[in-house]
Design a protein around this ligand. Sequence first.
Ligand SMILES: *[C@@H]1O[C@H](CO)[C@@H](O)[C@H](O)[C@H]1NC(C)=O
Ligand SMILES: *[C@@H]1O[C@H](CO)[C@@H](O)[C@H](O)[C@H]1NC(C)=O
Ligand SMILES: *[C@@H]1O[C@H](CO)[C@@H](O)[C@H](O)[C@H]1NC(C)=O
Ligand SMILES: *[C@@H]1O[C@H](CO)[C@@H](O)[C@H](O)[C@H]1NC(C)=O
Ligand SMILES: *[C@@H]1O[C@H](CO)[C@@H](O)[C@H](O)[C@H]1NC(C)=O
Ligand SMILES: *[C@@H]1O[C@H](CO)[C@@H](O)[C@H](O)[C@H]1NC(C)=O
Ligand SMILES: *[C@@H]1O[C@H](CO)[C@@H](O)[C@H](O)[C@H]1NC(C)=O
Ligand SMILES: *[C@@H]1O[C@H](CO)[C@@H](O)[C@H](O)[C@H]1NC(C)=O
Ligand SMILES: *[C@@H]1O[C@H](CO)[C@@H](O)[C@H](O)[C@H]1NC(C)=O
Ligand SMILES: *[C@@H]1O[C@H](CO)[C@@H](O)[C@H](O)[C@H]1NC(C)=O
Ligand SMILES: *[C@@H]1O[C@H](CO)[C@@H](O)[C@H](O)[C@H]1NC(C)=O
Ligand SMILES: *[C@@H]1O[C@H](CO)[C@@H](O)[C@H](O)[C@H]1NC(C)=O
Length: 668
Amino acid sequence: MVVLLSRLLLLTAAACAQFVDQEYHSRNFTVVKSPGNRNVTVAYKEPLGACKTAFSSQKQYTGWVNVPGDFSTNLFFWFVEAREKTDKLTIWLNGGPGSSSMYGFFTGNGPCAVVEKGLDRYETVARDWGWDRGSNIIFIDQPNQVGFSYDTPSNGTMFFPNSTVLLPASADESTKNPWSVANGTFSSMNQQFTANTTEQAAFAVWHMLQGFLSAFPQYLPPPPQPVSINLFAESYGGRYGPIFADIWDEQNQMAPVAPAAANQTTNSTRQIQLASLGIVNGCVDQEIQQALSPKFATANTYGFKAYSDEAAKFYTDKFNSSGGCGERLRRCASLSAALDVNGTGTVDGVNQACQRANRACQDADMNYFAAGRSVYDLASPANDPFPPYRFVDYLNQGSVLAAIGSPINYTLTSSTVYFAFDATGDLSRGQTIPRVAKLLNKGVRIGFIYGDRDYICNWFGGEAVSLEVAKQAGGQYMTQFPAAGYSPIIVNSSYIGGEVRQFGNLSFSRVFQAGHSVASYQPETAFQIFSRLTTGSSVSTGKPVDLGTYGTSGPANSTTTAKLPKMPDTVCYIRAFQDSCDKNAQNLAASGDGVVINGVLYSSSADWPLMTKTAASETATKTSTATLTGAYTATSTPKNSAGKANPPLALHITLLLGAALLPVIDWI
Ligand SMILES: *[C@@H]1O[C@H](CO)[C@@H](O)[C@H](O)[C@H]1NC(C)=O
Ligand SMILES: *[C@@H]1O[C@H](CO)[C@@H](O)[C@H](O)[C@H]1NC(C)=O
Ligand SMILES: *[C@@H]1O[C@H](CO)[C@@H](O)[C@H](O)[C@H]1NC(C)=O
Ligand SMILES: *[C@@H]1O[C@H](CO)[C@@H](O)[C@H](O)[C@H]1NC(C)=O
Ligand SMILES: *[C@@H]1O[C@H](CO)[C@@H](O)[C@H](O)[C@H]1NC(C)=O
Ligand SMILES: *[C@@H]1O[C@H](CO)[C@@H](O)[C@H](O)[C@H]1NC(C)=O
Ligand SMILES: *[C@@H]1O[C@H](CO)[C@@H](O)[C@H](O)[C@H]1NC(C)=O
Ligand SMILES: *[C@@H]1O[C@H](CO)[C@@H](O)[C@H](O)[C@H]1NC(C)=O
Ligand SMILES: *[C@@H]1O[C@H](CO)[C@@H](O)[C@H](O)[C@H]1NC(C)=O
Ligand SMILES: *[C@@H]1O[C@H](CO)[C@@H](O)[C@H](O)[C@H]1NC(C)=O
Ligand SMILES: *[C@@H]1O[C@H](CO)[C@@H](O)[C@H](O)[C@H]1NC(C)=O
Ligand SMILES: *[C@@H]1O[C@H](CO)[C@@H](O)[C@H](O)[C@H]1NC(C)=O
């Protein structure tokens, strides 16, 4: 559709920032108490109209689990039923720390994407390769205060250009741009009122899951059978995944087993058994991964050099030098093992040593930033427009907040949580690889999935982590996993999406032409890998195999090379200002010129694509349901082994290591 300029200006002037109506939250909620702990309550509803799924019969629930503790914790979930009936249940976690899982939901593996339809008008379209194609799936915003999760709703004023919220709401500052400030309702942003280590977060999410499971027994096998779950996590999820899984498993040992009462009214908790753990471009182990950053920055498979070989050698040598990343990590690990083994974050000496390690390990990254590329994608500018942040604006529409039932505005990242975790040096505390090895030996399928254009948690490091897991797991894994060669990941009859090394329950997949959030770049490849991991089939072909003996064969190293695609133009999303707005956009904002349409800053309204073009009917008009269901099993190997060059346009939609890791743009 085409919008007339006069109407545009009129409406823009009339737009007025507001607090969130607290009534949204009480309207139409079902409230359930968790049988295991009557103090845990779940309040949920159906978010009617908020996200279009492939089939209208798919149920969705949005809700909050109120978890008791020293401070108010309300963890948000968005549940989506699978397209076809299945007993598979998957949890999706984005990283950060402080990143909302709505990022994955709306830009990667979730059921729908947001498209612009007109001025302040959006529509959601079902995503062909959303993971609801193969599983029931819960997207969780955690820890407390991330995304839609909150402690105490608090009115405040948000300044978009520096992504800062001031509490309480303040009267207009003398801003040149009416768009640069809006009132809203947020969490308290008090660092004391959230988890500050992955261990603390794990307990809160365990309670949250118990609440969720009690509210939705229809998706579970009857007790006392354990609940089988697939946990997939991205980026900082390289820490969340292994530690959550291990702690939940410990809870199984401690919690009383539910007596067999089919009617679900017993006062007990459910055993949560992990079927698979998927780690997508995860930062799992700093010592292994950071050591390989200089190599990836200068000797990746795209021939792109972020800096010189001399600089790479300098940083590699510096890694183990006095005060370098390696030494600091080992100090943090030994102190935390001795003084804070359970990750309480309460021991000052450990916190400080580990925070210092965090700092030392970011050393080489600074040199990468200087190359002006996105840390999430070698092919993108530092202010990466992909995946698009449009959904952040969509989620803050009053009607959408009401449909979801949120008492607060939506934010993509919580700097409060980022800094709380940084204060304990959580990332540097290690202990993840032994946990993954332990899970593997307990029969959990472990899938590492890495897009090969991501720098921040790159595949060189991910591959090294997978080899170390095999070594620590011992037994057959120690010899057979490294001996297994790389086989093609056959995505469909026309192309190969990457290469995989698999032995038994352990696999490492390198995905071609994908940045950090793999599913955003290569949705079909990501889905097939997900589906094969959760089914327990060959990641290479999707064929059923005997995982007791199955291993891939092929070359010992994945050496396929390719060219980087053309660099995309930047787009300034005001709700992700520091991530997406380049120098020109910053100058435009500072000068008070420019116009904001649907959350994007343009020099003039004529630059808004819908001003001149008809809104594309991007709705994937499917005539046959066959294209929206099912997974692919290969019968032959296609010739094209370069991966799909570009993801489909409608699906162009990002965040794991939060924006907070990027250097803060110091202006306004
Ligand atoms: C409340 O939920 C019911 C059933 O899900 C739905 O039919 C109704 O429209 C909802 N009402 C509001 C105000 O959202
Ligand atoms: C529930 O909360 C009450 C009051 O705070 C407390 O006394 C009780 O021990 C709690 N029960 C559980 C199971 O945590
Ligand atoms: C925010 O402010 C509005 C208007 O003053 C008020 O009605 C509402 O209760 C406040 N919300 C919170 C969470 O304090
Ligand atoms: C962000 O900008 C607002 C408005 O200019 C200012 O009041 C606030 O202090 C800034 N916050 C930070 C952290 O720079
Ligand atoms: C935000 O709320 C404050 C206090 O209610 C008010 O003075 C201010 O004008 C509001 N700002 C905007 C941009 O609406
Ligand atoms: C559920 O099972 C318990 C124990 O077997 C029984 O006492 C109770 O009446 C049942 N409740 C319902 C709602 O069927
Ligand atoms: C569960 O606990 C609550 C409160 O502690 C009690 O009222 C209820 O009867 C118990 N239900 C069962 C099935 O034991
Ligand atoms: C750092 O030292 C450790 C232990 O001696 C060694 O295993 C590792 O390869 C070294 N890393 C680098 C980047 O030199
Ligand atoms: C750590 O937690 C375990 C139980 O999970 C407990 O047995 C142990 O005592 C704790 N260790 C410390 C040092 O607190
Ligand atoms: C981390 O959280 C714990 C528990 O809330 C708190 O006691 C501790 O002081 C926090 N650590 C830091 C560095 O803020
Ligand atoms: C918060 O949500 C309300 C809709 O309820 C919207 O009008 C307001 O602009 C939002 N504020 C922010 C900062 O996103
Ligand atoms: C090939 O992979 C092995 C580990 O499987 C590694 O030790 C070796 O350095 C790699 N070779 C090259 C040329 O990268």
